[in-house]
Design a protein around this ligand. Structure first.
Ligand SMILES: Nc1ncnc2c1ncn2[C@@H]1O[C@H](COP(=O)(O)OP(=O)(O)OP(=O)(O)O)[C@@H](O)[C@H]1O
Ligand SMILES: [Mg+2]
Length: 247
């Protein structure tokens, strides 16, 4: 299987804080990869580096074999590499369908501009994906009035509007009611299996990671501590000491 993302010796610091230190890892195409680690271990920073949110200090990042670490966010999004945020970023005053449409105009790959002749097709896809995440009945509700969990589902659907090759999800289940988490896991798996989206998922809920991912990396203090299948990571003494033991 191909490595769709290759992170090679990437370092990133903020002032005196070394948020990522010489990190090398790769994400295989077509599967779900997890990223775990204590608070402040550098997970979100790594996602920001991959999607071009900030320049990295050292190293290389390849997407489908092409160096992307000097590209800007929009250029990387157009290649089909998207992310969601730890704090959701939706347009609070707009309804769900409008949020779906505007996410296309911002990061379009599947449809190009929303002002194209394909507006009807965009609306159909928006409704289809809102149905996929369980928000069809809320589609004309102002998104700011949705619950936090529903806003996360909306953000996930917005990203899917652009038919990403890879989607980086920063804590998709945080704040979501335990009874709804199983439904979300199911949707993430379906996005992966049925839509063919490669997922790279930051997650603190170990039950979710172990259930979802076929490969897991663990960061601690800005460094890569371990990587392997979930069963191996769960029993890795370094991971237990740095993270799981405290769970
Ligand atoms: N823009 C920034 N400016 C200064 N320091 C930052 C910035 N972004 C991150 N950091 C610091 O880098 C370190 C890693 O932060 P990061 O957000 O990547 O951790 P994380 O693993 O995502 O944590 P969490 O699980 O709490 O979300 C932290 O010490 C954080 O304070
Ligand atoms: Mg984070």
């Amino acid at each position: 299987m191909n490595q769709i993302i290759e992170v090679q010796s990437v370092s990133k610091s903020f002032g005196g804080v070394q948020a990522n230190q010489d990190i090398s890892l790769s994400v295989k195409e077509g599967i779900i990869t997890g990223l775990i680690g204590p608070n402040g271990s550098g997970k979100t920073t790594l996602f920001n580096s991959i999607v071009g949110q900030h320049p990295i200090d050292n190293g290389n990042i390849l997407f489908q074999g092409k160096e992307i670490s000097k590209l800007r966010v929009g250029e990387i999004a157009r290649l089909g590499l998207l992310r969601t945020f730890q704090q959701t970023r939706i347009y609070n005053k707009m309804n769900c369908v409008d949020n779906m449409e505007i996410s296309v105009s911002h990061r379009g790959r599947r449809f190009g501009s929303m002002f194209s002749s394909r507006k009807g097709e965009i609306l159909d896809r928006a409704e289809e994906l809102l149905d996929f995440v369980g928000l069809y009945s809320k589609r004309f509700l102002i998104s700011g009035d949705l619950s936090f969990g529903q806003q996360k589902l909306l953000e996930f659907a917005m990203a899917l509007m652009n038919d990403p090759k890879v989607l980086l999800l920063d804590e998709p289940t945080a704040g979501i009611n335990p009874t709804l988490i199983n439904g979300l896991i199911d949707r993430l798996k379906r996005a992966n299996e049925e839509m063919g989206v490669t997922l790279f998922v930051i997650e603190h809920n170990m039950r979710v990671v172990m259930n979802l991912a076929s490969h897991v990396f663990c960061l601690a203090h800005g460094k890569l501590l371990a990587g392997g299948p979930p069963s191996e990571i769960q029993n890795d003494q370094k991971v237990i000491d740095a993270y799981l033991g405290a769970h």
